[in-house]
Design a protein around this ligand. Sequence first.
Ligand code: URA
Length: 206
Amino acid sequence: MDKETLLNDLREEISSDKSLPLSESNLVFGEGDPDTEVIFIGEAPGFYEDREGRPFVGRAGKLLDELLKEIEWKRDSVYITNIVKRRPPENRDPLPEEVAAYYPYLRKQIDIINPKLILPLGRFSMNVFLPDAKISRDQGKVFRKGNWIIVPLYHPAAALRSTAVLNDLRNAFSKLPVIKNKLPDLLRNRVEPSVVEHPSHQDKLI
Ligand code: URA
């Protein structure tokens, strides 16, 4: 089955899972090129995302679009999603149990896309992949975790509130094309997932 079909099936599976929290909000599954090497993962949809059913379409999304443009990456050539796939009330931070409830679906989504470069936006998303990382210390750094290179980034919403954060985020973005070009080297010995039963999830700071 092709990735598009698998992702559509996954979207249906999430829609029909009545045990998931935040059921009063709309499902914002994610969008982009299923064959991409690059996936951006935010926290949870906000007001505009809930209304449109698409990730990162509000103010933070406009900044993400601008930063993508600066590095000449087309938005539809990457994949963009969130850990939690429905909007928490009043845009509050997602609760640990909400992150945990949606995680198996995020993991399936990632496994279908099989990206090489995971770009968590903000600390909630970063800590899903790198539980001991600290956003101010580790944003922009390159980690290898099993089959993935992970570069944590500040959340664009935080960059809208602070010029210093925006400068750091812009600087981290400017390095992404070089990191992407180096993926074959950074992911030496990557084992294609179809033959990996239990990928090693050893954190390694490069
Ligand atoms: N913030 C997020 O984390 N995700 C979105 O989709 C929009 C804003």
